[in-house]
Design a protein around this ligand. Structure first.
Ligand SMILES: [Fe+2]
Length: 275
């Protein structure tokens, strides 16, 4: 028997071939595994990137939502005074202006925001709120009025104020009250005779004519509960907190001094917008 005929040699060759085939299969599987892992890695990276993008979008959404919520719940801000606290002296003193604006008006503003927070009034204009005030709480009525009234009050005064109005407003005042002195008398009487705390107003009525009226507490002629309704273009605060430090119980002196600081340019603008 020769070596070539040795059955062990044949068996060895077959085993070797099987080993090579298995090894090749193993290499192919390994390559497939590597490719699969690469694909999986790419997919995983994509997944991570998508999650990051989603997270960023979500955070932005939360930020916008919270900002909107803050805007809605803090709709009203205390307006800055358009002049220094001492600018209206000697007619209205610095200390009164500091307390009146920084404490009283600020208090009305904060309490109004608290009263409307989370309600369907959040986001509405103050005029809209006041026009339907009979449907709302006492807190909305008092603090909404206080917010609106004082915002108007600061704007219709000026250290360069006083004198008499001219143009369309001057003509309308003469028509409604006979003369500027007639207006001054009517407005002064409304301010001096308002019992307790309240406001005197010059308003534009629905027919475009002017009238003088007064309201108690923080009510105003925009409110649906007002006896005489109209758009206020001039208002005078006759609460004691507006004058007591300088004038004590002398309300008529305070009312007289107010005419020295009336900003007729602003009142004329309000008249033009309202008539
Ligand atoms: Fe006031």
């Amino acid at each position: 028997m020769t070596n070539n005929e040795n059955p062990w040699n044949l068996l060895f060759v077959i085993c070797y071939l099987l080993f090579v085939i298995c090894y090749l299969l193993f290499v192919i599987c390994y390559l497939l595994f590597v490719i699969w892992n690469l694909l999986f890695g790419i997919c995983y990276l994509e997944f991570v990137i998508w999650n990051l993008l989603f997270g960023i979008c979500y955070l932005e959404f939360i930020k916008i939502y919270n900002n909107k919520k803050v805007e809605n719940t803090m709709a009203f801000k205390l307006p800055d005074l358009p002049y220094a606290h001492n600018a209206l002296e000697p007619h209205i003193d610095e200390k009164t202006m500091q307390i009146h604006h920084g404490k009283h008006h600020n208090g009305y503003t904060n309490k109004l925001n608290a009263a409307i927070e989370g309600s369907d009034l959040a986001g509405k204009s103050i005029e809209d709120i006041l026009s339907g005030v009979s449907k709302h709480s006492g807190g909305v009525r008092n603090n909404g009025g206080g917010y609106y009234n004082h915002s108007l009050f600061w704007s219709v005064m000026s250290p360069k104020g006083g004198g008499t109005p001219s143009g369309d407003l001057g003509d309308a005042i003469n028509k409604a009250f006979g003369s500027f002195d007639g207006f001054k008398e009517a407005f002064g009487t409304a301010a001096k005779t308002r019992f307790g705390s309240g406001w005197a107003w010059l308003i534009v009525k629905a027919d475009g004519s002017l009238a003088v009226t007064s309201t108690p507490n923080q009510d105003n002629p925009l409110m649906d509960i007002a006896e005489e309704k109209g758009t206020p273009i001039l208002g005078l605060d006759v609460w004691e907190h507006a004058y007591y430090l300088n004038y004590q119980n002398r309300r008529p002196d305070y009312v007289g001094a107010f005419f020295n600081v009336i900003n007729w340019d602003e009142v004329s603008k309000r008249y033009a917008a309202a008539k």
